[in-house]
Design a protein around this ligand. Structure first.
Ligand SMILES: [Zn+2]
Length: 474
């Protein structure tokens, strides 16, 4: 399609040159497609699109004009998973997950990379560069290799090790600095808000629409760093609507950020139109920690005009969501992706989402790319820092040999260790161990004839804490 670049702030128009990223006024540019010139729309256009192979390049009419063979690794065409089990946990009847972990490098960014690198290759770009804390580095490096263009990654402080190693494996040149980079090379700089890149990101939303037979969902949940994914979603929805592709109302958009670095959510709550850049962002989840999101103002506009909201989630809520998503739906997500689930839970509890509404969460990246968070997650369930001693340790030791009733334990402590307590003291210790998750109590098997009497069992955490404590004993 014929396209121009248009400034989101002052509206200035530029030719569709891959090298242009920002307007003279410093604001980002978006690709404006000349949709009026297109003859086909509505059902006719739907039929044409549906006849093409799955993937990003299926949506030709909504993408910049192809200038040659696409540089592709098979990105896009990801599964829209109906999430009945997770939906039940959250109290929702129509929950869907857009599983972007299925992309070639495990991240939704591959959709942007295929467009950007294709355009770069056919515009004689000699070197690709990016400034990254993780996912962008890995994605761009993979597509650069496929295109045969060298790739240079400026690694930001706090970058995620595993993702940078992924980029290294794809033969990228890594440059580290402890400060911000003032002088970059002479390569083509790829940022997630580059207009061509953003048009690639847009295709995940086009797929969601198509996978729901062009009936839009009621709400979409998207995690925000720079705000590029939410901007792309908003752009896709509006273009699809103006081409007559969709059959219903546009969805409400919910933008999600992690506490510690949530400038967009803060601006939204304060009713501001612009972002106040943050000076002290915590880099708990480096890939979504953006102190000064350049697309902030357009994101605020998109969320507000859609009737949605901006939601902040805590670190432990994100980690819990990784676990919940994995154990209910079989999808292992990275923290940035699972944050959308954590926010959905909050939105349901706050009454922002009706239980029968059709909701989509974008699961933007794979948990395999972030082993550190997975490790953190299991530290939560097997607390290493818990230490027990004295009577509690002896109770754990006895329960490690066999499960017992409270009365049996009382007797065993006396016989084995010569300890004499009043019975209520034993139950006090037991209730504390229950609270620590080190033991569980279960009612007796049927036919035992002793109602109300419960047997105590050691949990996996209890076993671990016992082993640690025994190792520490002199
Ligand atoms: Zn401008």
């Amino acid at each position: 399609m014929n396209s121009q670049l248009k400034c989101i702030q002052c509206g200035k128009i530029y030719p569709p040159d891959i090298r242009l990223r920002l307007c003279e006024c410093g604001s980002p540019l978006l690709l404006a497609h000349q949709i009026e010139g297109l003859r086909m729309r509505g059902s006719e256009l739907r039929t044409i699109i549906e006849s093409r192979p799955l993937g990003v390049w299926r949506y030709l009419e909504l993408l910049p004009k192809a200038v040659g063979e696409p540089v592709s690794l098979g990105e896009g065409g990801t599964y829209l998973q109906r999430a009945e089990r997770l939906g039940r946990e959250l109290g929702l009847r129509n929950l869907y997950l857009k599983n972007e972990t299925m992309n070639p490098t495990g991240s939704f960014l591959d959709r942007g990379s295929t467009i950007e690198v294709t355009m770069a290759l056919h515009s004689d770009v000699r070197c690709l560069e990016c400034i990254s804390r993780g996912n962008l580095a890995a994605s761009l490096a993979a597509y650069a290799v496929k295109a045969g263009i060298p790739c240079r990654v400026y690694v930001l402080p706090g970058a995620e090790q595993a993702k940078i190693l992924q980029a290294l494996a794809y033969d990228a040149e890594l440059i580290y600095s402890s400060r911000r980079f003032n002088h970059l090379g002479d390569g083509h700089l790829v940022e997630p808000y580059n207009p061509f890149f953003l048009d690639g990101l847009k295709t995940s939303t086009l797929e969601i629409l198509e996978q729901l037979d062009w009936n839009p969902p009621d709400a979409i949940f998207i995690t925000m760093g720079t705000g590029s994914n939410l901007t792309a979603t908003w752009k896709a929805l509006n273009e699809a609507e103006s081409l007559g592709l969709i059959k219903g109302n546009l969805p409400r958009l919910y933008g999600v950020q992690a506490s510690g670095c949530a400038p967009i959510v803060e601006a939204f709550k304060k009713g501001l139109d612009e972002i106040e850049p943050k000076k002290d962002c915590k880099m708990i989840f480096p890939d979504i920690s953006e102190p000064s999101p350049i697309l902030g103002s357009i994101v605020l506009k998109a969320i507000r005009s859609s009737g949605g909201s901006a939601i902040m989630v805590e670190e432990d809520e994100i980690l819990e969501s990784i676990k919940l998503l994995a154990k209910t739906e079989g999808i292992l997500a990275e923290p940035a992706a699972a944050a959308s689930i954590a926010a959905l839970r909050i939105a349901v509890n706050d009454g922002l989402i009706d239980r029968s509404e059709k909701v989509v969460c974008m699961i933007t990246g794979s948990g395999l790319k972030d082993p550190a968070s997975i490790r953190e997650l299991f530290k939560l369930s097997y607390p290493k820092h818990v230490r027990v001693s004295g009577t509690k340790l002896k109770i754990l030791k006895l329960l490690s040999e066999r499960s017992m009733y409270g009365y049996e334990l009382w007797k065993a402590l006396k016989i084995t260790y010569g300890l004499e307590f009043k019975l209520p003291t034993i139950y006090q210790h037991l209730s504390e161990l229950l609270r620590m998750g080190l033991i569980v109590s279960k009612p007796p098997e049927r036919g035992l004839g002793r109602r109300m009497v419960r047997k105590y069992h050691l949990t996996e955490s209890g076993r671990k804490v016992l082993a640690d404590s025994l190792n520490r004993e002199p």
